[in-house]
Design a protein around this ligand. Structure first.
Ligand SMILES: O=C(O)CCC(=O)C(=O)O
Ligand SMILES: [Fe+2]
Length: 309
């Protein structure tokens, strides 16, 4: 296992260190190795609530079918609908601070790409090594498109299918022939968060134990990309109106300046204020571009005064 240092939180035995003060350390780890782990980031009460809300869904959802999703794995989405407590995980302060740094510079705002419960049952084989950014068929390498967070709802061990990651693979081209000998195994106690880049090669491990391994993926992506989980079908306006504004923003009920994802030429947040279908289209231009447009008209007016057409 590669030596990525860890900080333990929420444990009754240790005084929690200041998470945000640790942000720089975690960012360094993420950029250097492609991932980091924060042990026990979620406290027990929150975990128990998430589990209570999601267990019926884990029990009722049929096993996946496919060589990527697996044949002995249960997955389902729409976590924000199925578990109110999951909202707290989505909005975790440290996680969002990391997203601000990694994704923030490359978009107007970043979004929730996916929410997924994953239970790897005993007997499941190791998943094919992959990069989550493969879902977007375009040139890679100029910016991170996605950062993933795996919240452990059970202890993750080498035996029960802990996520495997290939450290520093984000700097090389993708290979599916990587060997386990070079993999890091994200062993971590329940309540921990494994944060990894969309460009790092990883996979779910084989579950050789006799108990399931359960976790939640909450991934965040650049705000101008198509989301893995169609947020507007999963959480239509009637549903999203019950959610907090920060959650609605992360789902994409927000214009990505200057003009992506609008509704009738406006910020879709207007949907929660009016049911009118006759709205004025309103510019949503970033300040630098607004100045550019003003300058264009000023120059043109000055030119006209000077007799230039
Ligand atoms: O379950 C895991 O540990 C990882 C799953 C994964 O990487 C995926 O499904 O994209
Ligand atoms: Fe993945």
């Amino acid at each position: 296992m590669y030596n990525v240092s860890r900080c333990s939180h929420g444990s009754a035995h240790r005084a929690p260190c200041s998470l945000l003060a640790e942000k720089a350390k975690y960012l360094d780890q993420l950029r250097a190795h492609g991932y980091f782990i924060v042990e026990r980031l979620a406290d027990d009460a929150l975990l128990e609530q998430v589990e209570r809300e999601l267990e019926p869904w884990f029990a009722a959802t049929p096993r996946c079918r496919g060589d990527f999703y697996g044949w002995n794995t249960t997955r389902f989405g729409a976590l924000l609908l199925k578990s109110r407590a999951s909202h707290e995980l989505v909005l975790n302060e440290l996680i969002l601070a990391i997203m601000d740094e990694v994704l923030g510079p490359h978009c107007d705002w970043y979004q929730l790409n996916l929410s997924q419960g994953i239970r790897i049952h005993p007997g499941e084989r190791q998943q094919v090594p992959h990069r989550d950014e493969e879902m977007w068929p375009c040139a890679k390498g100029r910016a991170e498109y996605l950062v993933n967070v795996m919240w452990a709802l059970s202890d993750y061990t080498a035996e029960n299918g802990a996520t495997r990651l290939w450290p520093r693979s984000q700097f090389a081209s993708l290979s599916r022939d990587v060997t386990n000998e070079h993999a890091a195994i994200a062993e971590m106690p329940r309540g921990s968060a494994l944060v990894y880049l969309g460009s790092v090669t990883h996979c779910g491990g084989a579950n050789l134990s006799n108990a399931p391994r359960t976790g939640l993926i909450l991934s965040y992506s650049l705000g101008w990309l198509k989301q893995y989980e169609n947020a507007f079908l999963t959480y239509p306006p009637q549903v999203a109106s019950e959610f907090s504004k920060p959650i609605r923003d992360l789902l994409g009920y927000r214009i990505h300046r200057p003009n992506l994802g609008g509704y009738e030429g406006q910020d879709p947040a207007v949907l929660f204020e009016t049911d009118s279908h006759t709205l004025a289209a309103i510019d949503a231009i970033p300040p630098a571009v607004a100045l550019e447009l003003q300058a264009h008209y000023q120059n043109r007016a000055a030119g006209l005064e000077g007799g230039v057409g």
